[in-house]
Ligand binder design. Structure first.
Ligand code: G3I
Length: 556
């Protein structure tokens, strides 16, 4: 059955509603360099959205005003998740969800429902059900939550399943998978289609923006599900990026390959965090990543739009999850627009930006003062003629598809810290201007750090979160940089009791040799500033009757 007949009706109704509202509430300015993001996006046939948090939505007029004027699409940051909508079995609470949907409807914005089936923010009562009861609870939850908004013209789409892959691209061994097997995914989509035949149904995940093992696993799953008639209409690329890790490779090509399967593509949770404090160079890198994401979506017809995961640095999930990092959004904590807002605006405006000329290529860097963990690079400066001025430089490690950023500077020299001892680095430099334009890469220079020195002092504290007869979850495992220099990568080792085996992990890559497990940072949590901390977790199985848990945690 064609799924989107009512979506078209909804779109028409929303367009009419927005036109009416615009006539009365918005300034009658044509889309211009200073126009709202939503006006430019609409002119390009895309949505530009934001995630709304219910606290500031209720309490801050500046938050409401910007959310209403800048965006034409809304996702609830937390209010539609399972722990908010069905905290105990059969007791459904929609206060927060209704507040978000009501705000969107009043402002002519479409709503994307987030999220129905996820391993996180799902109450304990669901996780402890047996297979038959869990499948029934999942279907009932979907029926109730999707059903509530099925006739609401504002709510047009849903994240049906969220983050079903682990970081390597295997199906995540979540409680859903462990209890129900892979079939829970198809089941969830079928239940959502039954609850609202017109809603667009999405699969959503992170680290799938570019072409890599995980996005390829997602591509294979979507193709396989659709081949079996499972109603997957849309693919959500979350887009949680970091200025220090480089821009993902082949984003546009990745979107296009999904589009070629016949599904809609959308960027669902875009933000670009940075190691604090902010400076002009990091702002310029961030602006460029926002711009490049918008441009990739604009270049792919089947990309419906971009949702930014919030809009003000005043309210963002980043500092809580990545201590020492933040400033990920397009407005600062005082609601002042950042260069990233200009970049999104100019990209949506399509040539409306004043400066599209990148700086000249920096000279080849020269390495000096190389120690076990540091190296100084100097290079001939770039010049910028586009008008926005040279904003700074970023230094990248040549590493293949995604080249991590090792450092940044305002001038043509930087001392890299937190390097690994006895390691060969091939690095290059790029310049950025104030509009986020990026120069070509300089020539590379190679150097090898000295031996000794260690990866820097760090501590690790592990907590057994829950355990049952033949398994347990260890979370959080908190890694803290106790040294004076930044860490760019960390390793934790621990010992598994005999007969135990790791069955899943998140926020780190685990490998086991004998009874020794080695956990290495994920790309997105490698950087730890002095005093900074991050967490990962894992699940393990053990022989029935055994009550032992791992020991001997060490960090390096
Ligand atoms: O509501 C409680 C509050 O009562 C309590 O006092 C407070 C104490 O910590 O916690 C509040 O709940 C927090 C909730 O956000 C609402 O603020 C949770 O602790 C916190 O864990 C939760 O974080 C959310 C996170 O998902 C949970 O996994 C973030 O706001 C939200 O931005 C984030 O969003 C996810 C997407 O859904 C899926 N993709 C990744 C993305 C970022 O992690």
């Amino acid at each position: 059955m064609p799924p989107h007949d009512r979506s078209r009706t909804r779109t028409l109704a929303l367009t009419a509603l927005f036109g009416l509202l615009a006539a009365f509430l918005l300034p009658a300015t044509p889309a211009a360099a200073s126009a709202a993001l939503r006006e430019h996006a609409a002119a390009r046939g895309k949505f530009i959205g934001t995630a709304l948090a219910t606290g500031p939505l209720a309490n801050e007029s500046a938050y409401r005003d910007l959310a209403a004027t800048e965006f034409n699409q809304i996702t609830a940051e937390n209010a539609m998740k399972w722990d908010a909508t069905e905290p105990s079995q059969g007791r459904f609470t929609f206060d927060g969800a209704d507040a978000v949907v009501g705000f969107a409807a009043a402002n002519g914005q479409q709503v994307h429902g987030h999220t129905l089936v996820w391993h996180s923010q799902t109450p304990g009562w669901v996780q402890s059900l047996g297979a038959t009861a869990m499948r029934a609870a999942m279907r009932e939850h979907i029926a109730q939550v999707v059903g509530r908004y099925a006739a609401d013209p504002a709510v047009v789409s849903w994240d049906v399943v969220n983050e079903v892959f682990d970081d390597s691209g295997n199906l995540r061994t979540s409680f859903w998978y462990n209890t129900l097997g892979e079939s829970y995914i198809a089941d969830a989509f079928r239940a959502a289609r039954a609850a609202d035949p017109d809603a667009r149904l999405c699969i959503n995940d992170y680290n799938v923006e570019g072409i890599n093992a995980k996005s390829t696993a997602m591509y294979d799953l979507v193709r396989s599900l659709r081949g079996q008639g499972v109603p997957v209409d849309c693919v959500g690329l979350q887009g949680h990026l970091a200025a220090q890790y480089g821009f993902p490779g082949q984003v546009q090509q990745n979107m296009q390959r999904f589009a070629d399967l016949g599904v809609q593509v959308r960027v669902t949770e875009l933000d670009v965090r940075m190691v604090m404090p902010r400076d002009a160079g990091k702002d310029a890198t961030q602006a460029a990543y926002y711009r490049d994401t918008v441009n990739a979506c604009l270049a792919v017809t089947a990309c419906a739009g971009i949702t930014i995961w919030g809009f003000t640095d005043r309210h963002s999930w980043v500092p809580d999850t990545f201590p020492g990092q933040g400033a990920a959004l397009i407005y600062d904590e005082n609601y002042r627009p950042k260069p990233a807002r200009t970049a999104v605006h100019d990209a949506l405006a399509g040539g409306g930006g004043s400066d599209t000329t990148p700086p000249t290529t920096p000279g080849a860097p020269a390495a000096s003062g190389v120690t076990a963990t540091t190296a100084t690079l100097t290079w001939a400066a770039s010049t910028d003629s586009g008008g926005s001025g040279l904003a700074g430089y970023t230094v990248h490690r040549e590493q293949g598809a995604t080249d991590p950023q090792l450092g940044q500077s305002a001038g043509p020299s930087v001392t890299l810290t937190g390097l690994s001892p006895a390691t060969r680095y091939e690095v290059y430099v790029r310049a950025r201007d104030g509009a986020g334009n990026q120069s070509p890469a300089s020539a590379t220079v190679a150097f090898t750090t000295a031996t000794g020195g260690g990866g820097g002092p760090c501590t690790v504290v592990a907590t057994v979160q829950s355990q049952w007869g033949n398994g347990y979850v260890v979370q959080p495992v908190t890694v803290t940089n106790t040294g004076a220099a930044a860490l760019n990568g960390w390793t934790v080792t621990f010992t598994l009791p005999p007969g135990h085996a790791v069955t899943g992990s998140w926020n780190a890559t685990l490998s086991t040799s004998g009874q020794t497990v080695t956990a290495r940072n994920a790309p997105y949590n490698a950087a730890l500033p002095p005093g900074g901390a991050t967490t990962f977790g894992f699940q393990a199985g053990r022989p029935g009757g055994d009550t032992a848990t791992p020991s001997g945690y060490a960090c390096g």
